[in-house]
Design a protein around this ligand. Structure first.
Ligand code: AMP
Ligand code: MG
Length: 267
């Protein structure tokens, strides 16, 4: 059975219906690696044009449970893209200053400028995920946030930002392996926090919060993509393909040059 990456706006998303180990067709690690190379090469050229065109922007939003592979995806997908034309913004626990503002204040500031590709490593969705699971704001305020988020994303779209939203979907078993691997590898141990264990214990609460966020904020112009992520190579291939397809669709053009340049010889 083929598993779609996205579902039509309005339909209820149940994560249990999505297999985190799903692989479409005959993809192998080898063929995915080749596809990633091709996708990133094409995206690099299109990103150059987007930058030259200087009219529109792309925003890739990455969400997922701990160890889902947000960092690894960024590393792979952005390889070769001119760092000058991209901005990667990780969202951590809000500072006191950020908490003294509305929840979108810090996000709005980080939206990619014209010509750029922006990546959010976590995003405004944390404000309906971790915030909800830990009951950091009253239920009544949470209830309005989905609409606020949809309005905010529409505002970005109106300003020429194309939004790609990826939920990196891993299984609970895979997370166990990856957390253990972090503990066992001295070079990865820094990524581990004892708090990760407490968060893992709330797995079901998070899945429910994700299901609501993915369902309520799955809009026609900014749909959620549910990326099977138990296999890193498949995850990376899928996200790199999405980025490439988005840039191809935008088809950015070099801006017109001043007239008469073809006859100029520099002495
Ligand atoms: P990491 O991505 O591993 O560096 O961890 C960042 C941490 O910041 C995660 O535990 C997030 O849940 C947390 N975080 C991000 N945004 C928010 C937010 N708006 N409110 C509370 N915690 C957040
Ligand atoms: Mg972490």
């Amino acid at each position: 059975m083929t598993q779609p990456l996205s579902v039509s706006p309005g339909s209820q998303i149940r994560l249990a219906d999505f297999d985190a180990r799903y692989i479409e067709g005959n993809w192998t690690k080898q063929s995915a690696r080749e596809a990633i190379r091709e996708n990133t090469a094409i995206s690099r050229d299109l990103a150059y044009r987007l930058y030259a065109e200087n009219r529109r922007a792309v925003l890739l939003i990455l969400q997922g449970m701990d160890t889902a592979g947000k960092d690894g995806t960024i590393r792979t997908v952005m390889t070769g893209i001119n760092p000058q034309s991209c901005q990667i913004v990780p969202f951590k626990q809000p500072s006191d200053l950020e908490l003294d503002h509305d929840f979108l204040w810090r996000i709005h500031h980080a939206v990619p400028r014209r010509g750029n590709i922006g990546i959010f490593n976590r995003s405004h969705y944390e404000d309906v995920l971790v915030v909800r699971v830990h009951k950091l704001v009253p239920e009544s305020e949470l209830a309005t946030r989905f609409d606020r988020i949809n309005d905010f994303e529409q505002l970005m779209i109106d300003a020429g930002v194309t939004i790609i939203k990826c939920f990196l979907h891993i299984s609970k078993e895979e997370q166990k392996e990856r957390l253990q691997a972090r503990l066992d590898n001295p070079n990865k141990r820094w990524k581990f926090s004892k708090a990760d264990i407490a968060e893992r214990a709330r797995w079901d609460d998070y899945q429910r919060a994700y299901e609501d966020a993915l369902t309520r904020c799955n809009t026609k112009l900014a749909p959620w993509q549910i990326i099977p992520s138990d296999r890193k190579w498949y995850r990376n291939m899928t996200v790199s393909r999405l980025l490439r397809a988005t840039l191809e669709k935008l088809n950015p053009q070099f801006p017109p040059c001043e007239e008469g340049l073809e006859n100029i010889n520099i002495h």
